[in-house]
Design a protein around this ligand. Sequence first.
Ligand code: FES
Ligand code: MG
Length: 596
Amino acid sequence: MLRHPDARGFGTTPLRSRAWFDNPASPDMTALYLERYLNYGLSIEELQSDRPIIGIAQTGSDLSPCNRHHLALAERVRDGIREAGGIPIEFPVHPIQETGKRPTAGLDRNLAYLSLVETLFGYPIDGVVLTIGCDKTTPACLMAAATVNIPAIALSVGPMLNGHYRGERTGSGTIVWKARQMLAAGEIDTKGFIKLVASSAPSTGFCNTMGTATTMNSLAEALGMSLPGNAAIPAPHRDRAESAWHTGRQIVEMVRADRKPSDVLTRTAFLNAIRVNSAIGGSTNAPIHLNAIARHVGVELSLADWEEHGADVPLLVNLQPAGEYLGEDYYRAGGVPAVMGELYRAGLLDGAALTVNGRTVADNVAEARIEDERVIKPFSRPLLAAAGLTVLSGNLFEAAVMKQSVISPDFRARYLSNPEDPDAFEGRVVVFDGPEDYHERIDDPALGIDEHTLLVIRGAGPIGYPGGAEVVNMRPPAALIRAGIDALPCIGDGRQSGTSGSPSILNASPEAAAGGGLALLRTGDRVRVDLRAGTVNALLSAAELDQRRAEQQANPFTGPPSQTPWHEIARNETGQFAGGAIIERAVKYQRIAQTM
Ligand code: FES
Ligand code: MG
């Protein structure tokens, strides 16, 4: 890359955009590059003035309503960039909308990652503002920034306002599970169902519950990749626009300081984020996404780290689905800085971790205090003593996770009440092959599902159901719900929506379609779960398992056919959930902006 030792204000660090716009070694190409960016109104003076070109990676669009408010926020980002001396260039990111994308938005995270890597690498961009929000948009953007490694800062779109229905808070995502149960029990009709569900989403922004969106936006902040306080400001709130302006100013400073993702996304930062994930009651999608970001930036991180560093961290945030409140309450109670302040003062965070503003975690949380103890609990009085993930293994899979915060007193009483064996339960399984099979048969009385049944779903991992389906949180048959049983333990190789409070063992790796043991299970088998030992085992002899494996290999489980080119490519290239479900061959491309 061309070096500009006398570049104004940027020390000895050259701007990579100079290779396009001011390259004495290649004046003809410089002219061509300049000409195309001049043609909408930029000037030669600007483009050759040693001002950094700042990309605004725009994830909002009419197809992505959760992130749509970024279209408005980008104006304030531009103002901040201009004010600090940069030149904003906004461009679209492949759209992802969690609930609208078929067959699943999980497929699009890696696609958005690939296309953003290509954009950031191949165009004259010195630094980038990542507009994050809806579930997969956050990891897709952070993964791409990790691979390319140009200065990058995340701007959250913020949660929606709180939903209300007949005087009660209704949370986006969480209300759907409740509404489905009410519909199944005949308490509401279809019209009432729609009205109840829609009440939970009253404004622009991402889901207002502690689902995957709030989780990942909180963790982007915990990782140090966004400004302190950024995650929780509700989308329509005036503070959100102000944060956008500060973010625009900050990215210009980051380019000046050459502060890159690899400086922020260290193993220390990931371990801090794991602890924050427990304290907020974060989504079970978090380990998939954080492990993916870590692998792209070259940091060692495994599911074992989640258990070792996160399992014993208490739950502090009282948000649905684990608790009562919603996004507006989270913000007013102090948001992520308040949570991190509690953890830091309790000695659970490494305060030395660097963040995008050039300050450390310790600096950022020094003044942070809880503003409402109903919503964010002090460390000394948590909602739950240990809220992290339990990692399980056995003869059905090498690794699966269960969120400890969903083990409710009701679940404990029903399944973990044997005084001789207080951490274990076993039951007969009913096995479904993919989401369609489950939807078709769940209410079939012939399955004999009762309150002791374990529901199993397979063919729902990244290969079996391209992208991986969010289906492991299966509702019991309607008849059982009417009898008062509103959740059964579930096991599966798919994911679960971050807004579900269901007691599920999920993300099983390897999945059935990749030769995992779930493929061998049959309805009627018995499975034993031991939460203390961290094991899940089918109670079958080794000989029986071997025989079934031989049968299975003769007739392998393939899942539904691919419907688009990307379905097929993704199935061939994507690894398992335990390893972040990334494009495995992408890992060898690291810090690629520095290779130019
Ligand atoms: Fe987009 Fe929840 S569906 S944030
Ligand atoms: Mg989701």
